[in-house]
Every structure is written in structure tokens, then in C-alpha cells.
Design a protein around this ligand. Structure first.
Ligand code: PEP
Length: 247
């Protein structure tokens, strides 16, 4: 049985005081109630240490928003996976569509990042998702299947997040039917790549304008094992509302 995971991607938002305030609010909510899921937040790198300190005694885990594909060296401005582990991170997002778009990250680079994460003892959350043009051309399943084949690291137990690019930060979520279809395809491809047992154990998250109002329907789908939440993760009550929607 896969336990659901609700993960909040804070993206490039928040100064120290904002991060502390949000982490404290989440910590207080967690002290009062245990939702039926695992919880994880991805603050910006500048806040990891402080937010990690606030969350350290509670159930909310910490992750990095990206890591480099190499273990260390001359890569100005980048962060190695073991640096994240050193700060108490358990997870790292790799291949988020904003990084694929802003930094031109290819599937093979994303795979190297995932591999580096596993080598550092982190669980990578590997993001895939089609653009609006690709969906309208009827290519969504092919695109995400190819991204998965090219981006998934070997070994370990990576998490996969399906995030249609057109649904991220737009307020426009994919329909439950579309999500169910893509997740079933991802699970099928995972079976081809890793075998049936590993595919059945892999967590498949959905991301793209998840909010308290649509969470129950999306999280109730058979192959949806949780959510990667952007905008709504910046408000403690909204993030909690999504966590609470886990069946
Ligand atoms: C994301 O960035 O991973 C995301 C899903 O964002 P939003 O929830 O804001 O669409």
C-alpha cells in the first residue's frame, strides 16, 4: 500500500522571516492533527537551514528544489546533493518544468541529477509533463513516457511527479480523467523499465494548480499517490487543506 505524499514547492519565494512564519504555522498545524499522508516542503536553498530547524522535531520533511548532476567541483552557484543531505533534506526535486524551461535542462541532465541524489541518499522527485501544444496535438502520453524513459535514474526508489506545464501556476488543473490516463501510462512505462513490483511501489504525484477545492477528487484517483503543490503551499491553511483531503 502506497502512503500518500503531499509536497510543497515554495519555489523562489520568501525571505528568512517569511520562511520561519510559514514553517511555524505548518508546525503548529502538524502538532494538532496528523493527516493521512506524509508531508514534505521544498523551501528555497537560502531557507533550508532555518526552516529545517523549525521543522526538525515534527513530521514535516525537508527537500531541495534542485541539485547538480555531479558530486562537487567547479559549478558556481549550484548545489550538490550531499550538501542538501547535510542540511537534513530527504528529497530533492529534479527536472521541474521551470528548470527545464529556464535552464534548458535535458532529460539526460535530469537523470544525472537524480542519480546524484540517490548517491547522496536522497529521494529524487523526477518531474515530467507535456506543454499545451503537445497536449493539443494528442501527444501528451508519448511526451511524458519519453521524458520518464530519459529522466528516471537507475536504482533506488525515485518518486515521479506528473506536472502538465500548462497547469502549473495557471489555476487550471488537469481533469481527473486526464490525470488518471497519464498516471496509468506512467505506471505502465515504469513497469517496462523497472518491473511490475517496483512500478507498483513507485509514488506518482500530480502537480498543477492543486488546491483544497480540487484536492479530494485528484487524490482519490487510484494511481495518484499525492501532490506536488506550488502556489497553494505558500499558505499554511491551503497546504493543510490539501493534506487533509487525503483519503
Ligand atoms: C509546481 O510548481 O510544482 C506546481 C505544481 O505549481 P502550482 O501548484 O502553483 O501549479
Amino acid at each position: 500500500m502506497r502512503r500518500k505524499l503531499i509536497a510543497g514547492n515554495w519555489k523562489m519565494n520568501g525571505l528568512l522571516a517569511d520562511g520561519v512564519e510559514l514553517a511555524r504555522a505548518l508546525s503548529n498545524l502538524a502538532a494538532g492533527e496528523a493527516p493521512n499522508c506524509d508531508l514534505l516542503v521544498f523551501p528555497p536553498a537560502t531557507l533550508l537551514m532555518t526552516v529545517g530547524g523549525v521543522l526538525s522535531s515534527g513530521p514535516i520533511a525537508l527537500g531541495g528544489q534542485d541539485c547538480h548532476g555531479e558530486a562537487g567541483g567547479a559549478h558556481t552557484g549550484d548545489i550538490a546533493a550531499d550538501m542538501l543531505a547535510d542540511l537534513g533534506c530527504s528529497h530533492v526535486i529534479v527536472g521541474h518544468s521551470e528548470r527545464r524551461a529556464d535552464h534548458g535542462e535535458s532529460d539526460s541532465e535530469v537523470k544525472a541529477k537524480g542519480q546524484a541524489a540517490l548517491a547522496a541518499g536522497l529521494t529524487p522527485i523526477v518531474c515530467v509533463g507535456e506543454s499545451l501544444e503537445e497536449r493539443e496535438a494528442g501527444r501528451a502520453l508519448t511526451v511524458v513516457a519519453n521524458q520518464l524513459r530519459g529522466s528516471l535514474p537507475e536504482g533506488g526508489s525515485p518518486v515521479v511527479a506528473y506536472e502538465p506545464v500548462w497547469a502549473i501556476g495557471t489555476g487550471k488543473s488537469a481533469t481527473p480523467e486526464d490525470v488518471a490516463e497519464v498516471h496509468a501510462e506512467l505506471r505502465r512505462v515504469l513497469g517496462e523499465m523497472r518491473g511490475a513490483a517496483a512500478a507498483a511501489e513507485t509514488l506518482l504525484l500530480y502537480g498543477g494548480s492543486v488546491k483544497p477545492a480540487n484536492a479530494a477528487e485528484l487524490l482519490g484517483l487510484e494511481d495518484v499517490d499525492g501532490a506536488l503543490v506550488g502556489g497553494a503551499s505558500l499558505k499554511a491553511d491551503d497546504f493543510w487543506g490539501i493534506a487533509r483531503a487525503c483519503p
